[in-house]
Design a protein around this ligand. Structure first.
Ligand code: ZN
Length: 115
C-alpha cells in the first residue's frame, strides 16, 4: 500500500478497539474507541476503522494499526460540543469540590485562631 503524505495518521493498538454507540443524544453512531500507542489516551473513531498499514510492536507481539487521524469521531459528531461540555462540567465540579474543601480548612483554621 502506498503512503499518501497528505493523510495525517495515528497509531492505535489493534487489541484495544472496542465498538460502542456514541453517547451523543442526536448521534448514536457506531464508533470505536482505541488506545493511542504514543499517548496511551483513548480516542474515538468513526466506523469502520480502516487500517492504512499495520505493524507489530517490537517488544511485544501486539498488532499496531495506522489509521487516518481525521476519522476521529469528534470531528464529525453532531454532539461533540455537548459531550466536551459535559467533560468540562465534570472537571469544574471536581475543582469546585476541592476549592470548597480548602475553604472549609481555612474556616476551621480561622475559627481556631480567633478563639
Ligand atoms: Zn457522536
Amino acid at each position: 500500500m502506498s503512503d499518501d503524505a497528505s493523510v495525517k495518521t495515528i497509531e492505535i493498538w489493534a487489541d484495544t478497539r472496542v465498538r460502542v454507540s456514541c453517547r451523543g443524544e442526536s448521534c448514536r453512531a457506531t464508533v470505536e474507541w482505541a488506545e493511542v500507542v504514543k499517548s496511551g489516551l483513548l480516542m474515538c473513531f468513526d466506523t469502520p476503522v480502516v487500517a492504512l498499514r499495520t505493524r507489530h510492536d517490537e517488544a511485544t507481539p501486539r498488532l499496531i494499526e495506522v489509521v487516518d487521524r481525521s476519522t476521529n469521531h469528534w470531528a464529525s459528531c453532531p454532539d461533540a460540543t455537548t459531550l466536551e461540555t459535559r467533560v468540562t462540567l465534570a472537571q469544574l465540579q471536581r475543582a469546585l469540590e476541592a476549592l470548597l474543601e480548602t475553604m472549609r480548612t481555612i474556616d476551621r483554621y480561622l475559627g481556631d485562631a480567633l478563639k
